[in-house]
Design a protein around this ligand. Sequence first.
Ligand SMILES: CC(C)[C@@](O)(CC(=O)O)C(=O)O
Ligand code: SF4
Length: 428
Amino acid sequence: MTNPTPRPQTMAEKILSRRGTMAVYAGDLAVVEVDQVMVVDSIAQSFIQRMQQDLNATPKYPERVSIVIDHVAPASTVSVAQAQKEAREYAAQTGVRLFDVGRGICHQVLMEEGLARPGWIVLGSDSHSTTYGAVAAFGTGMGATDIALAAASGKTWLKVPESVKVTFTGDLRAGVSAKDVALEMIRRLGADGATYQSIEMHAGDRFTRGERMTLANLCVEAGAKAGLVVPGGEILTAYGYDIPDWVYPDEGATYVQSIEIDLANLNPRMSAPSEVDNVFDVADLREQLRDQHVDQVFIGTCTNGRIEDLHAAADVLRGRRVAPGTRLLVIPASSQVMEDAMADGTLLTLQRAGAVLGTPGCGPCMGRHQGVLAPGEVCVSTSNRNFIGRMGDKDAHIYLASPAVAAATAVMGRVALPEDVLATPVPA
Ligand SMILES: CC(C)[C@@](O)(CC(=O)O)C(=O)O
Ligand code: SF4
C-alpha cells in the first residue's frame, strides 16, 4: 500500500498511524505496535493455551503484558481457583505482571498503574477496554487468540475504524453525572449505532479522569471499537502524562456521524431492562415504578466504582439507612479506591447506612458471585450492562444508573432521585 496523500486525521487515525509504519485512514489495514496487553482471569486459561500450545511462544515483551484476577475474585469454585492458579504459575514462569485477588478491576488497575497512556495502544481481553480512551489511548477488546498473537509478537493488526464525533456543550447541573452523559450518548447513538467505529468525544476541559473513564467505558455499549476522549482539563496535569501533540485530532478530519449533547439540559438518566440504550429520565421511571420494590442496589464496577462514585453515594446515604428489604452492595473498583475510601471515612459512612462491602473486583456485575439475582428480583446497578440474565436469573430485572441515583434508590427502596432523599433532613 503506497503512502496516501496526507489529509486531516481523527484521533484513531492519528494513534494507529503513529504506532504503525505509515499514515493510515479509516478502512485501511494497519499493523501496529502494542504498548500493553491485558488478560483477565476468565480468559487467562484460553490465553495460556494459545501461547503454549497453538503458538509455542512466550511474551516478546513480558513487561507489556498484565494478567488481572478480577472477574471472580476471590475464586468461587474449584475450577475458577484452578484457572487462577494456572494464571499465577504462568506469570511466575514468564515474568508478566500479575495483579492478584483484591487489587481490583482490570481497567481501573491498569489506569492506576500508569499502564495506559496518551497515544498508546492497549489491547484487553475484555470488551470494556475502550475505557483507556479516557486518557487518549486506543484501548480495545480482543479475543484470546488476538491477545496471544499480540503478546507473542508485540504487534497486532486491525482495520482502522471510522470515527463518530460527539461534542459536549454546556455544563452539568447538580445531581447529573458522567454516567448520565454516557447513558444519553448510548441512547442517542443506539446499541449498535457505532459498530466498529471510534467514538471521539470532544469535552474541552470538562470531566475528571474518572469521569472520562465512565464515558469511554460505555462506548462499547454502542458497539464501538474505541472511545477516545480528546485530552483536556485534569489529564493534562494531574497524572503526569506527556500528552503528545500528535494525539489531537486535526481540524477537518472526516467523521461519519457527528452529534452534540447539551449537558445543561440533561437530567439524571436510567437504562431500563434489557438493553443499554433503553434510556429514560429517572423522574419518568420513578413514576412508572412507584410501586416497584427494588431488591438490590449495586454500586461498583469499572464504570462507576471509583472514589468519586463512592463519595457521590455517601453524600446521599450519610446518616440515613438502606430501606428494609433492600440490599445495598458496594464494591470498590480497586484496592487503592478501597484504601482511599477507608481513610476518608466513606466506607464507614456506607457501612453505617447498611451497605454490604465487597472485595475490590467485578463483584456481581456479570452474575457469577457476590450478589447474584433471584428470579423476579429488581436491581439498580451502576454497571454498564442490563441484558437478560446478566446478573443472575433470566427473570431478574436490571436498571443502570449513576451512583447518586443508586444510593437514593437504596434509601427509598424504589427508584428515586437524590433530591427525594435529601429533602428529608437526616434523623437527629
Ligand atoms: C462477562 C465479562 C467477562 C465481561 O467483562 C466480558 C467483556 O466485557 O468482554 C463483561 O463485562 O461482559
Ligand atoms: S466490572 Fe463488569 S463490565 Fe467491568 S470488566 Fe468487570 S465484569 Fe466487565
